[in-house]
Design a protein around this ligand. Structure first.
Ligand code: E4P
Length: 217
C-alpha cells in the first residue's frame, strides 16, 4: 500500500520524505488554509520535493471553473493530480482531464455507487473518506471493502485512495482490505511506529546494557 501524506506543511512532508515514507501528497482547501501559504506556491514547493502524485484541489464547483483551475494547477508540475469533488460537474471535469492524460483524484466519496461513477469517468484515484463516515456512525472501512470488491469485479484501474484516516487501525485495516493508497496526517504516519511493548522492551535492554557495562563504540 502506498503512503500519501495529507498535509500542506512543508517541514512535515520533508521529515517523512527523508525517511522514504512519502509516495505522494494530498492537499485540500482546508489544509492549504492551515498552511497559511499561497496555494500555487506551496504546491509547487511540494512537487519539487516529492516525486509521486501531489493532489491539488479545485475550489470552483462548476465544470468550466474546474477546468480552468485544474489546467492552472497542472501547469505547476507533471506530478500534479487534479482533485475534483464527487459531483456531476466534478465527474465531467474528471473525464475531460483524464482524456487529456492528467491524473485525477475524485474526492469526497462516501458511497460505493459514487466510487463506481468516478471509475467510469476515468479517475486515477478515488478518495473515500473513512473518518468522516465513522463520525456519523457508519463504518468507513466497510466502504473501502465494498469499493475493492466492485473495482475487482469489473477490472477498474482507478486506485482506491483511503482518505480521512484518523487511526493506526484504519491504516492496517485498509492494507488488509487491499486499498491501493492511504493518505493520513503526518502525526498518524509517525504514530505507526509506537507500541508499548517496544518501549518496555527497549527500557529493559538499556537497563541491562548499563548494568553489564556493555560498550560497542
Ligand atoms: C483527502 O484527500 C482529504 O484531504 C482528507 O483525508 C480529509 O481528512 P479529514 O476528514 O480528516 O479532514
Amino acid at each position: 500500500m502506498k503512503f500519501f501524506v495529507d498535509t500542506a506543511d512543508i517541514d512535515a512532508i520533508r521529515e517523512l520524505n527523508d525517511l522514504n515514507m512519502v509516495d505522494g501528497v494530498t492537499t485540500n482547501p482546508s489544509l492549504i488554509m492551515k498552511s497559511g501559504r499561497d496555494i500555487l506556491e506551496v504546491i509547487a514547493e511540494i512537487c519539487d520535493m516529492v516525486d509521486g502524485p501531489v493532489s491539488g484541489e479545485v475550489v470552483a464547483t462548476d465544470y468550466e471553473g474546474m477546468i480552468a483551475e485544474g489546467n492552472k494547477l497542472a501547469e505547476i508540475a507533471p506530478n500534479i493530480a487534479i482533485k475534483v469533488p464527487l459531483t456531476l460537474d466534478g465527474l465531467r471535469a474528471c473525464k475531460t482531464f483524464s482524456d487529456d492524460g492528467r491524473m485525477v483524484n475524485v474526492t469526497l466519496c462516501f458511497s460505493a455507487n459514487q466510487a463506481l461513477l468516478a471509475a467510469k469517468a476515468g479517475a486515477t484515484f478515488i478518495s473515500p473518506f473513512i473518518g468522516r463516515l465513522d463520525d456519523i456512525n457508519i463504518d468507513g472501512l466497510d466502504l473501502i471493502a465494498d469499493i475493492r470488491t466492485i473495482y475487482d469485479n469489473y477490472g477498474f484501474e482507478t486506485q482506491i485512495l483511503a482518505a480521512s484516516i484518523r487511526t493506526a487501525n484504519h491504516v492496517s485495516e485498509c492494507a488488509k482490505i487491499g486499498a491501493d493508497v492511504m493518505t493520513a496526517p503526518p502525526s498518524v504516519i509517525k504514530g505507526l511506529v509506537n507500541h508499548p511493548l517496544t518501549d518496555k522492551g527497549l527500557a529493559a535492554f538499556v537497563a541491562d546494557a548499563q548494568k553489564a557495562g556493555i560498550k560497542i563504540v
